[in-house]
Design a protein around this ligand. Structure first.
Ligand SMILES: *Cc1c(COP(=O)(O)O)cnc(C)c1O
Length: 394
């Protein structure tokens, strides 16, 4: 459904709270009811009703799809059963013989899909350092149809210039897709920078509470929206009504959560970089981060994810064994802080040499900063770092 731009002049926090339309057909309910239904009775032989079958369309899912389209400033939105279902469905825009360029340090699941699944259908993937616009342009082949960016990337938080890459891609008749999971539309709106499609793992910040898996797609144009709508219905990897409702609920508090996540993350990044136990900190908010200036230009914040490197693997092990507040888990963007060991978790599906080349070494940790009090997180990091080094002196 095309969305109306009624709320486009209001500020983002207001837009977030009111992105979900209040519908007279739902008695003005401020929260869209969960339409737990698979099929819809057709009242007229000649005229089909607005919904017929929940794979093709469901009122609760549609409320979420319209909301994300408004927030990203796109033509239409689509909700899928996971971030990977969203990404794989977008990759279905390609055909046999097509070539796709992706950011070199792309999410592990995207890497797996484009290196092991889509090649079966004759789609070739190539990885390029997308932080270098010239490298992107040089890698374009006559059969290149899509550039797929993730910025900030994971876990090194590399920043790609969305506007510059989209311009190059457009010149060559190629579409640009941006995985906006780490930033959310609150901090970065790729379509406004020239991208054609935005994808999200809504499992992360949009859901925000470690209780639902889902993916979202927003298309910039009616033409792309038609194709994605066709794929969503044909492939069928849709988000269910209960999970759509949880995503709508998560969206309403996105701004306050993100504000707090990144405030604490910024403080912790500054603190970590001065600790002798820490060899390096990757956070785009740090002025020495290579993408800092670009992040300031194309986003309105630096997000809540920090990666950092310790000196050796024993220290990593001791640190992980001693840390108390963050959950040791995959995923990110939740109210709880989550500590990930990418080498064995999020990036485990990437061959070791390739993984190390991406900077995902055995001494790298990633922290998704939650909503706990900063002081408590800082004290916890301090005791875990101290005990990590006590067990294995520097
Ligand atoms: C988690 C994640 C995905 C995959 O999403 P799922 O919901 O787990 O399928 C894709 N991209 C990024 C950047 C992610 O963090």
């Amino acid at each position: 459904m095309p969305v109306n731009a009624k709320t486009s002049t209001t500020s983002f926090g207001t837009k977030l709270v009111h992105a979900e339309s209040v519908d007279e057909n739902h008695f003005g309910a401020l929260s869209t009811p969960i339409y737990q239904v698979s099929t819809f009775h057709q009242f007229s032989f000649d005229e089909p009703g607005r919904f017929d079958y929940s794979r093709s369309g469901n009122p609760t899912r549609e409320a979420l799809e319209d909301a994300i389209a408004k927030l990203e400033g796109g033509y239409a939105g689509f909700a899928f059963s996971s971030g990977m279902a969203a990404i794989s469905s977008v990759l279905c825009l390609l055909s046999a013989g097509d070539h796709i360029l992706l950011s070199a340090d792309i999410y592990g699941g995207t890497y797996r899909a484009v290196t092991r699944l889509f090649p079966r259908f004759g789609i070739k993937a190539e990885f390029v350092d997308t932080t270098n616009v010239n490298a992107v342009e040089s890698a374009i082949l006559p059969e290149t149809r899509m550039v797929f960016l993730e910025t900030p990337s994971n876990p090194q938080m590399n920043i790609t210039d969305i506007k510059a890459v989209s311009e190059v891609a457009k010149r060559h008749g190629i579409i640009t897709v941006v995985d906006n999971t780490f930033m959310t539309p609150y901090l970065q709106q790729p379509l406004q920078l020239g991208a054609d499609v935005v994808v999200h793992s809504a499992t992360k910040y949009i859901g925000g509470h470690s209780d639902v898996v889902g993916g979202l797609v927003v298309a910039a144009t009616a033409e792309l929206a038609d194709e994605i709508k066709f794929i969503q219905n044909a492939f069928g990897a849709i988000l269910g009504p209960q999970d759509s409702w949880l995503m709508l609920r998560g969206l309403k508090t996105l701004k306050v959560r993100m504000d707090q996540h990144q405030k604490t993350a910024h403080s912790l990044a500054l603190w970590l970089k001065n600790r002798p136990e820490v060899k390096h900190v990757y956070y785009p908010g740090l002025p020495e981060h290579p993408g800092h200036e670009l992040a300031l230009q194309q986003a309105t914040g630096f997000g809540g994810i920090i990666s950092f490197v310790l000196h050796d693997i024993d220290q990593v092990k001791n640190f992980v064994n001693n840390i108390k507040i963050p959950a040791l888990a995959v995923s990110l963007g939740a109210v709880e802080s989550i500590l990930t060991y990418p080498a064995r978790m999020s990036h485990a599906s990437i061959p070791e040499d390739k993984r190390i080349q991406m900077g995902v070494t055995d001494t790298l940790l990633r922290l998704s900063v939650g909503l706990e009090d900063e002081e408590d997180l800082l004290n916890d990091l301090e005791q875990a770092l101290t005990s990590a080094v006590l067990s294995t002196p520097l």
